[in-house]
Design a protein around this ligand. Structure first.
Ligand SMILES: C[S@@+](CC[C@H](N)C(=O)[O-])C[C@H]1O[C@@H](n2cnc3c(N)ncnc32)[C@H](O)[C@@H]1O
Length: 281
């Protein structure tokens, strides 16, 4: 059965996100002052452990300046910008959310990176790039929104050139049920978690073999514990920066609740986090 994407689409609809981002960045100076990618803080890294995880995934995948890189489910483009800046490569991002793509383009102009990154709206399940167009495909915190994993991983395999790498950093099922709303879904209807072993089997069935495999759950739990401590230290219950500074600007006032549930899910073992790199066979 084809997945109805409307729930995922509504969750990430991001109405007016460019205006909110522009307002949030006003304190950093006028619109025409170029921003460094790090000045955006946690705002544009929509996944567990933020910048650190993106940098580690890029290192694990061995991304080089000549690699053609595709970031699937790129969000507002933070990972693409970070990888383009740190590895010297070009990155194309694709995301289901038109609002996020608009924000990704805006932030790339603000950071002066429009020559190195480009963004398009589209679904990871139906891409019109030619076969073997990329050396690296990234997927960070996206798979849990996609029911048809065999199709997702077949599409990724199709896009990889010989010797290409698929680098994934995703939330996986743990023991017990996840709590919602989570940062990736308002309720369980738009959440399709697999455990780490089932993820591996689904990726391998698409013609990819494991090159690096890391259970990131312990690092994710430490990060969650720090966030929880920071959140309880803040006196404001409405601040969009209380749990994960910056992402509230993108996701709106419900984000602290979503982030709090993500921390609980990690700390209570309901979910884990997997970082892995596969290569095309
Ligand atoms: C939690 S965010 C992660 C964004 C980005 N990868 C990052 O780490 O900053 C999940 C993203 O996946 C996108 N997404 C979900 N399902 C998708 C699909 N079928 N095709 C493309 N993007 C999708 C959402 O719109 C959202 O931007």
């Amino acid at each position: 059965m084809t997945q109805d994407m409307s729930g995922v689409g509504e969750h990430y609809a991001a109405t007016g996100v460019v205006l909110r981002i522009r307002a949030a960045l006003a304190s950093l100076g006028p619109e025409d002052r170029p921003l460094g990618t790090r000045e955006l803080g946690a705002m544009d890294q929509f996944h567990t452990r933020g910048h650190g995880a993106t940098a580690e995934l890029a290192e694990l995948a061995g991304i080089e300046s000549t690699d053609r890189v595709l970031d699937l489910g790129c969000g507002i483009g933070g990972p693409a910008r970070l990888i383009a800046a740190s590895r010297g490569c070009r990155v194309i991002g694709v995301d289901l959310s038109e609002g996020f793509v608009e924000a990704a383009r805006y932030l790339s102009l603000r950071t002066g990176q429009q020559q190195r990154v480009e963004f398009h709206a589209g679904s990871a399940l139906a891409l019109d790039f030619a076969d073997a167009s990329f050396d690296v495909v990234l997927l960070q915190h996206v798979a849990m929104n996609i029911a048809d994993r065999p199709r997702l991983y077949r599409e990724i395999r199709r896009l990889l050139a010989p010797g290409g790498r698929f680098a994934t950093y995703d939330v996986v099922r743990g023991e017990g049920e996840a709590l919602y709303p989570a940062p990736w879904a308002r309720d369980s209807r738009d959440s399709f978690l697999l455990d780490a072993q089932a993820t591996r089997e689904a990726v391998e069935a698409a013609g990819l073999r494991v090159r690096a495999w890391l259970d990131d759950t312990p690092a994710a739990r430490s990060w969650a514990a720090q966030l929880k401590a920071a959140a309880s230290a803040t006196t404001s219950t409405t601040s969009t920066t209380s749990a994960t500074p910056g992402l509230g600007v993108v996701m709106g006032p419900d984000f602290p609740v979503q982030a709090g549930n993500h921390a609980r899910n990690l700390l209570e073992g309901r979910v884990g986090v997997l970082m892995a790199v596969f290569e095309a066979v």
